[in-house]
Design a protein around this ligand. Structure first.
Ligand SMILES: C[S@@+](CC[C@H](N)C(=O)[O-])C[C@H]1O[C@@H](n2cnc3c(N)ncnc32)[C@H](O)[C@@H]1O
Length: 281
């Protein structure tokens, strides 16, 4: 009962705060910066969160620093999305066979990376990095460096503008993931991809390029691997037919997979699940 009353109180506060935002007389920040960060957990209204960030002049860097020290997936994705919800993304594919810069669900991304990321992994790569949302979020998740590879010159320009405050930590390269020197993929110890290519055969070719070139100990997460049959044929490895989410780890030249979600897209036994070896066909 107490819990219900407490939650209703929080809901009411959030509602009242967001209503306040619609009137011009309340341009003053509701909290000090410290209080804001300390109480950040209760801001479940993303619009309110974003407006308060603006009013308090909280910088993107302060948000990254705050997110890096908390261990809360929901809060991290709320903050990253408060920053990126205002940024545009290029909706025209650069080539007919490529996808446009459609963004993968940020909360899902944060949860999955937090499950998989190992503490020593400091360098992130987004293959087909779009408007740069996941590169920014990678910093929020504790990565020290983030590389983006993007084919569309428009998306490259857009993401560089979106991430101009992080030119030391984030590097974006214009190029074709199917053609770029394979050594490029060795830079990262966590590689991520949201199916950049429409054609299943080409997508599998890219998947194999990443497997061949990623460094030992690295993890590769593809969140829309609907072309696993093609990957099997190309690699002659018996990758499991997972829903579409696949995480692969390379260890001493062998590949291991982990399935973190079940058929209903729920996270399953993530603590206990071990990496399973991918055996030859
Ligand atoms: C589905 S979006 C993913 C955006 C972002 N990674 C995310 O998860 O929110 C795919 C992106 O990959 C880019 N892309 C497609 N084919 C590519 C290729 N061969 N090389 C590099 N980038 C590519 C597209 O231009 C697009 O921006």
């Amino acid at each position: 009962m107490k819990k219900i009353l407490f939650l209703s109180g929080l809901l009411l506060c959030n509602f009242l705060f967001s209503c306040k935002e619609t009137t011009p007389i309340t341009q003053k920040a509701t909290f000090s910066k410290d209080t804001f960060f300390r109480q950040a957990k209760i801001f479940f209204n993303p619009d309110f969160l974003r407006k308060e960030i603006e009013k308090l002049n909280i910088t993107e860097r302060e948000i990254v620093e705050f997110c890096r020290v908390i261990d809360d997936a929901a809060l991290r994705s709320k903050f990253a999305s408060a920053v990126f919800s205002q940024k545009t993304y290029n909706k025209t594919p650069a080539k007919e066979e490529f996808w446009a810069a459609i963004r993968f669900n940020l909360a899902r991304f944060v949860e999955t990376v937090m499950i998989l990321k190992e503490p020593q992994q400091k360098v992130f790569m987004d293959i087909g990095s779009g408007n740069g949302e996941k590169l920014f979020t990678a910093l929020c998740l504790g990565f020290e460096k983030a590389y983006g590879l993007e084919y569309s010159p428009e998306s490259v320009a857009e993401s560089k503008e979106n991430l101009k405050n992080f030119s030391q930590e984030i590097e974006i390269t214009q190029g074709d993931a199917l053609e770029i020197d394979g050594n490029f993929f060795q830079k990262a110890d966590f590689l991520y991809m949201y199916s950049p290519i429409k054609d299943n055969k080409l997508a599998a070719k890219l998947f194999k390029r990443v497997l061949d070139n990623m460094k030992d100990g690295a993890i590769f997460l593809e969140v829309r691997c609907v072309y696993i049959d093609e990957v099997r044929k190309l690699t002659k490895l018996n990758f499991p037919n997972l829903k579409s989410w696949i995480a692969v780890k390379k260890q001493e030249g062998k590949f291991y997979y982990k399935n973190v979600i079940d058929n209903s897209y729920n996270y399953t036994n993530t603590d206990t699940k071990e990496w399973q070896e991918v055996k030859p066909l």
